[in-house]
Design a protein around this ligand. Sequence first.
Ligand code: SF4
Length: 327
Amino acid sequence: MEREKLLDIRDLSVRYTTDGIISRAVNHVSFSLDKGRILGLVGETGAGKTTTALSLMGLLPKYTSEIEGELQFQGKDLAKISEKEFRNIRGRHISMIMQDPMTSLNPVFRVGDQIADVIKIHNKGMKKNEVNEEVDRILTMVGISPDRKNEYPHQFSGGMKQRVMIAIAIACKPDLLIADEPTTALDVTIQAQVIKMMKNLQKELGSAVILITHDLGLVANFCDDVAIMYAGEIVEYGTLEDVFDRTKRHHPYTDGLFGAIPNLTVKTDRLTPIAGMTPNPAELPEGCKFHPRCPRCMEKCESGEVPVSVRDGHRMQCHLALEEDVK
Ligand code: SF4
């Protein structure tokens, strides 16, 4: 099938300034996403994943953040458009499922009304009965009986609240859906149900999805492409096969993430966590940002630029990238 580009992020950097301290949350990030594809944006807390998503939603804090680079989406550079233009895009063309369904829903409004509000904002001429029909249709899509539309968020379980959040996010059939750790607050069985439902919806609507997560199992089940993010940079990027093929050369941080999850084919007494902590974005190390934690660090890694290498679309930012694959 012919692939068509939906999103093209070029050299995106985001800085926050608070009390005179500059935090470099996102640094020279570039990646693209085709229509209908699912990208997993993976990394530890503080890697810059959510800041990247908020840039796409035009929701960065106005007075304390600064954005550079290009966010090309449907012929517009989202880094340059006004708030007024963003209001036509947000919800209608790009929408986001936030991390915590417990706090993201408005507790004093009925769930049906919260979904109807989104539909009405973006479909000004729609009649009341048409909006109601649409609310019923969307609730059914996410597996909630329309009979429950007059209930309030506190009457729903955690998994059902997350379904309501998804219903709000897909209410206008967005071209791009961003899901920020959509299942973190849920228990394992509900997680599986929500992910299965999102996958079915994505097929039905044809939306592209950015799934923000630190869960590689979720990525393996859901994504087509993967971007591994560390200290505000994409350190490795490729298809699911590129990143999950353990016979290929990978960024040492990616290897570290895989070493920290259980593997059924390798007998081991304990998992290997990545030593050290994610650096503070206000005090990023010189050279490769991963070098203080990297088991393969060399002298040249401690200063200067780290080259980016690309092999058949599989991209890596590491001095080791050009070495042979692991056989
Ligand atoms: Fe490790 Fe050096 Fe590669 Fe950074 S550039 S990940 S320190 S080997």
